[in-house]
Design a protein around this ligand. Structure first.
Ligand code: SF4
Length: 276
């Protein structure tokens, strides 16, 4: 685990960020930076991180006044609006064990009947089931899983909890009557599709209510970065990835997989959503 990043406590001017994501009105990011340090993470190329210029995953800024700010800003959220925790950080990264910012923010949102969506890669989210159970009707909790294969997972998501732990978290949440979903993205050739059909069956058995599929964002040189990882860890896949990432074949791959997913999921008990 990436246990020893440099931690800096800061005060934020505002905690509610207007969102451009469809179906989400505001996002709350209690931290800047993310200890999970996923190799494909686009947040490292976005504001404010790109302006900070530090190594992704090694420095975390903690917005220690996040709850104080939310207390002041919560009136801006209309009853029909949706808040996501979080969009450019993981709200349940390891440092959350100590600071409990997400826990206190979640409590505030749910107590005020705010429609809330949690998205994380961590089973730490189950720590807060007690709060969720007090008022879960406005809540959906999602775990991201891009593959069932722990070997692939470790190469692309080196410091986040295992796939097994995430599936257990989804199961525990679902068993407690909380509406759950799985975010499957970015979808990567072989890494994702090799185990996708088994994953979908497992998720159906767990009782998740929705699967959200997303593409790989190949901007900002992320494709080159991933090619390096593939070359180092999975040389057999290098040629395929080179074609898909630099030869412009990613969309062809995505569209064809999308069709297969739609066919496979027909008649299943969950909703299927594609971001693109
Ligand atoms: S958990 Fe999310 S925010 Fe954190 S590094 Fe991974 S993709 Fe980025």
């Amino acid at each position: 685990m990436n246990e020893f990043p440099q931690i800096k406590e800061i005060k934020c001017r505002t905690i509610l960020s207007k969102s451009g994501i469809e179906g989400i009105d505001y996002t709350i990011n209690p931290y800047i930076g993310c200890q999970h340090a996923c190799r494909y993470c686009y947040a490292q190329y976005m504001w404010p991180w790109k302006n900070i210029g530090l190594k992704w995953g090694k420095h975390i800024f903690v917005k220690v006044n996040a709850l104080e700010r939310l207390n002041t800003e919560i009136h801006r959220i209309k009853p029909w609006q949706v808040v996501e925790l979080s969009s450019v950080t993981d709200p349940y990264q390891p440092i959350e064990r100590k600071y409990q910012l997400t826990r206190r923010i979640l409590e505030k949102l749910l107590n005020n009947n705010v429609k809330t969506i949690i998205l994380t890669k961590s089973n730490l989210v189950t720590r807060d089931i007690d709060i969720m159970l007090e008022n879960s009707r406005n809540l959906q909790v999602g775990l991201t899983i891009i593959t069932l294969d722990e070997h692939f997972k470790r190469a692309f998501e080196p410091y986040s909890p295992s796939v097994k732990e995430r599936l257990s978290a989804l199961e525990k949440l679902s068993r407690n009557g909380i509406v759950t979903f799985c975010f499957i993205g970015p979808m990567l050739p072989v890494v994702t599709d090799e185990s996708l059909w088994t994953l979908i069956d497992v998720l159906e058995n767990i009782g998740v209510k929705m699967l959200i599929f997303d593409r790989m964002n190949v901007k900002w040189g992320l494709n080159k970065h991933l090619l390096e990882i593939i070359g180092k860890n999975f040389p057999d896949l290098y040629e395929l990835y080179e074609k898909v990432f630099t030869g412009g074949d990613y969309w062809k791959y995505y569209k064809s997989l999308k069709n297969d997913i739609l066919n496979f999921c027909e008649g299943k008990s969950f909703k299927v959503v594609f971001c693109y």
